[in-house]
Design a protein around this ligand. Sequence first.
Ligand code: B4P
Length: 191
Amino acid sequence: MRIVIMGAPGSGKGTQAALIVKELDLDHISTGDLLRAAVAAGTELGKKAKEVMDRGELVSDEIVLGLLEQRLLQENTKNGFILDGYPRNIAQAQALDGLLERIGQPVEEALQIDVDEEQVVTRIAKRAALEGRSDDTEETVRNRLRIYGEQTAPVVDFYAHKGILSRVLGDGSIEDVFQRIRGVLQIHSAS
Ligand code: B4P
């Protein structure tokens, strides 16, 4: 299965993607993780990306598409993949369509996790205390949420028009949300 998972920062998309890949044996491709790896490696690209990420803005489409393309061509699980954090604007959604068409692997399912803004701010504040990610300050989070509303929210309609969108409520525990996703993806629990 080839899935795109979407949601505001802190909606739980990375968290849920990790559970879905385990269950379905998919490849987990997170553009946030790819960017953080480039930052940690101290590459030129990583240095450029860090400044942008610390402001809570989106890294340029060109850089992210380059990283994604490399990753998609590098390794492939037979069972498919889940894309987490990409696409984040309409241009990225169109670029993704083109790329996946070229490799004959179109997106089959787009999953949107809906959570209200105050809950997101609280969750990220908790993560900031635990992990100290430099883009998790309250000011940056508010900026990330604003950019999400302006640029990423329209991507939901892009997939709705294709007829492959499902929406899941992201309130409640991680397990509650995962059960809802299981229902949508019709994954049958082994436990
Ligand atoms: P991401 O890494 O995608 O960061 P994120 O939006 O915060 O989501 P993440 O997946 O990490 O968090 P989650 O909601 O799972 O992006 C970081 C930055 O990279 C962006 O701001 C941008 O600058 C850049 N970037 C990435 N992709 C890009 C692209 N395509 N184009 C341009 N720039 C790009 O979880 C958040 C917290 O909530 C966690 O601590 C988790 O434990 C907790 N949580 C999750 N579910 C919960 C629940 N049900 N209850 C309580 N807590 C929960």
